[in-house]
Design a protein around this ligand. Structure first.
Ligand code: ATP
Ligand code: MG
Length: 256
């Protein structure tokens, strides 16, 4: 039965989609069948996984709003064992739709629970907000993976996020855990990056993964080629870091 991980942080541009696509790829390469579910209308994970968003009709929106069977929308990617439920700009309309239905927080859970038998991991790439799409991801997930960018104000918003996770745990999804915090875009030559990393570790202790993701131009380039880093530049420092992070995710989730 699949473990479901919501990759979330309401702060924009912290590395959620980069983490979703690259951890997803390395899970698949490690032999684990993985479904990446793009929950962001920006569709960055979709593009980065090599699927074109133009003319996309069978997408997360159709599944959540028009009850299209997920199996009809799920696509194979260029990586064996990595599948994708793609998103397009239409998904922006899903927030409004969800506010109008009674089971607004559990629509995604109902869609993904039947898929758990076919996968080892489900990864949700969340949008940069704490709106209903993110709430649906947290309700459907077993754990969260929170990327934190090593920059000024990194901790800002994390308390709000933790509060939201706790509320959902108390009210809608008792089995939800904070799976871990991953420091992203680190540059330990810079004092600020080191200070922020130390501060996050002081605050969140064991929740912080040992592996930090360095700022690496190859990671930033790869989405424009529609390739995860394992295909674009498997020897880059970014690739190595995501490989190590994935190993930590596997051992952490395996022990839960
Ligand atoms: P959003 O909140 O808009 O969905 P996000 O949290 O998903 O953003 P990403 O899209 O993964 O963040 O990353 C933001 C930008 O930073 C992208 O242009 C991405 O290519 C780049 N980026 C992400 N991680 C790294 C890294 N480790 N090194 C260099 N660039 C990175
Ligand atoms: Mg994103």
């Amino acid at each position: 039965m699949a473990k479901a991980i919501a990759i979330c942080n309401q702060k924009g541009g912290v590395g959620k989609s980069t983490t979703a696509v690259n951890v997803g790829s390395y899970l698949a390469i490690a032999g684990l069948k993985t479904l990446l579910i793009d929950l962001d209308p920006q569709g960055n994970a979709t593009t980065a996984a090599g699927i074109s968003r133009s003319g996309l009709e069978k997408d997360t929106y159709a599944v959540l709003v028009h009850q299209l069977p997920a199996l009809e929308a799920i696509r194979k990617t260029s990586i064996d064992r990595l599948d994708l439920l793609p998103a397009s700009l239409d998904l922006a309309g899903a927030e409004t739709y969800l506010t109008s239905v009674e089971n607004r927080e559990t629509v995604l859970r109902q869609v993904v629970d039947p898929l758990r038998a076919s996968y080892d991991f489900l990864l949700f790439d969340c949008p940069p907000s704490l709106g209903l799409l993110t709430v649906n991801a947290l309700v459907a997930a077993d754990s969260t993976l929170i990327p934190v960018q090593c920059e000024y104000l990194a901790l800002e918003g994390l308390n709000t996020l933790m509060h939201a996770v706790n509320l959902i745990k108390q009210n809608l999804n008792p089995s939800l855990r904070v799976g871990g915090i991953v420091l992203t875009m680190t540059d330990f030559r810079a004092n600020l990056s080191r200070e922020v990393a130390d501060e996050v570790k002081r605050f969140f202790k064991d929740l912080v993964f040992n592996t930090a993701i360095p700022r690496n131009i190859r990671l930033a380039e790869s989405p424009s080629f529609g390739k995860p880093i394992c295909l674009y530049d498997p020897d880059s420092t970014g690739a190595l870091a995501y490989q190590l992070l994935t190993q930590e995710v596997i051992s952490k989730e395996g022990s839960n």
